[in-house]
Design a binder for this molecule. Structure first.
Ligand SMILES: [Zn+2]
Length: 488
């Protein structure tokens, strides 16, 4: 009899666990139904954001009001959802160039506002057990310029003690009014962090911040850790090995650390990198899944069953990635040869209107890079690196260059073409070749800090051409060159 009871109990536990895992799977799989399609670019304006919010103005479940105004007078919104006893705060984009979570929060609003699906139980749990206070764009002035700081060059996340600036005052005011049990501090981190010493990019980083230099763990902080343990397990289904932990060194001026001091279990979520996901759409999806499951966990208190060890075992962020890592390249100087590795990054650079970006490829490190990794790696054993050439024939205009021309140019080891008249004021072209003005004196030297344009030769044959930090394979014709540069 006892055995039967134990077996039954086991079935129930397994059943509940599977059902739970299925919820996350389902959230992940059905994401496109809830994705706000009006904004796809990670660089969007305050007005575009307000226009999307406008759509939820008539929702009975979503209460949108004005939280205050930024230094430049832009409206900062406060969104209230649910009627439950547990207050929860969430804010995003206190750093203007970290927009992933703002978009995920908009997707969450669409999710809350939907009903013709299988998520009514989940939605009702969230709505009845918690009350959410969301500030989905705390730094609209920074957003407008897609930069970290506010209009007065202040990092809002270092103003939690002095509380001088309107954006910080708003955050503190909502905290004082609602005294949240949990708070979500939503950011983006660099795209080249790794999970500990592994080669895997840190796609999501969590932190349960410390509230003192000793990094003590009280019950408030313990609950942050438990919730993160659960979120890590949930997200690991989709991105195994890609979850890291942010440094928990105490920063007395930061909001996250102070929220813990003020009694809220704070969860920092940093959206990091994912190969070739330049617009961070996949990170946005993961963020959405993390937020919905995090809110659900608080509502049904399932985080209480988690251990803090899971959190403590998450590896810390390290910066061990380059966009492109070339290993064992042969360089020559004064008839002597040496073997080096080259670390190349594709630096995201804003267009003049700040609404789009292009890449500038740069040689960031040279030497023994054996402890590093690359999103793309190539073993260049037996290959020499040489200066690339400018294609001898000139084109009249940029628009005259056809794809077939580019292939011909690349196969001859050239990563530059000459153009007589450059008709655009842009500094880049959406084609896989660099442009220089005809008869320009431009010289492309290979070296540390220089632009990444060169050829790799094997036994005298051109094997790869590097154009603006991206490789072109002369054998297969394959490349992932996002753009060329215009050098005037
Ligand atoms: Zn940030």
């Amino acid at each position: 009899m006892r055995l039967i009871k134990i077996i039954l109990l086991l079935f129930i536990i397994i059943g509940v666990t599977v059902a739970h895992e299925n919820t996350f799977q389902k959230l992940y799989e059905t994401y496109s139904n809830y994705k706000v399609s009006e904004i796809v670019n990670k660089r969007f304006s305050h007005l575009e954001f307000l226009t999307v919010l406008e759509k939820f103005q008539d929702s009975k479940l979503i209460d949108i009001s004005t939280a205050g105004y930024s230094v430049e007078g832009r409206e900062i919104k406060l969104i209230k959802i649910g009627t439950g006893e547990i207050n929860v705060m969430a804010w995003s984009q206190m750093h203007g160039d970290e927009s992933t979570a703002t978009l995920a929060l908009l997707d969450f609003l669409k999710f809350i506002n939907s009903n013709d699906d299988d998520f009514n139980d989940l939605r009702n749990t969230i709505l009845s057990k918690i009350t959410l206070y969301i500030i989905p764009m705390l730094n609209p002035d920074g957003t407008e310029k897609f930069r970290r700081r506010n209009e007065l060059d202040i990092d809002i996340n270092r103003d939690a003690l002095r509380l001088q600036f309107p954006e910080s005052k708003i955050l503190k005011k909502i905290q004082e009014e609602t005294k949240p049990k949990f708070a979500f501090n939503l950011h983006d981190q660099g795209t080249r962090y790794t999970v500990g010493n592994s080669y895997k990019v840190a796609t999501v980083s969590f932190l349960a911040p410390a509230y003192n230099y000793k990094k003590d763990i009280n019950d408030v902080r313990k609950n942050s850790m438990k919730l993160i343990s659960q979120l890590t397990k949930n997200l690991s289904q989709f991105i195994p090995g890609h979850i890291a932990k942010y440094s928990d060194d105490f920063e007395p001026r930061a909001f996250g650390d102070n929220f813990v001091k003020w009694g809220s279990s704070l969860i920092l979520i940093e959206s990091g990198g994912w190969k070739n996901n330049y617009n961070k759409s996949y990170l946005r999806k993961l963020n959405y899944v993390a937020l919905v499951s995090g809110f659900e966990s608080i509502a049904n208190r399932s985080y209480e069953d988690e251990s803090i060890e899971e959190y403590q075992n998450i590896p810390e962020n390290k910066k061990l990635l380059f966009d492109l890592l070339l290993r064992n390249v042969t360089i020559e100087k004064n008839n002597k040869t040496y073997t080096v590795d080259l670390g190349i990054n594709q630096i995201e650079t804003a267009t003049s209107d700040n609404r789009d970006f292009y890449f500038k490829g740069k040689i960031e490190e040279v030497g023994d890079l054996s402890i590093y990794y690359g999103f793309d790696e190539l073993d260049c054993t037996g290959m020499t690196i040489e200066q690339t050439l400018v294609y001898p024939k000139s084109f009249g205009f940029v628009s005259e260059i056809k794809n077939s021309d580019v292939t011909k140019v690349l196969n001859q080891g050239c990563s530059f073409v000459q153009v007589d008249s450059i008709e655009t004021s842009d500094r880049f072209v959406k084609c896989p070749i660099n442009i220089v003005k005809t008869d320009s004196k431009h010289k492309n030297k290979i070296g540390l800090g220089k632009r990444a344009n060169f050829v790799l030769k094997k036994k005298g044959d051109i094997r790869f051409v590097c154009v603006n930090g991206f490789l072109y394979d002369t054998k297969s014709g394959k490349n992932n060159i996002q753009n060329g540069l215009i050098i005037k």
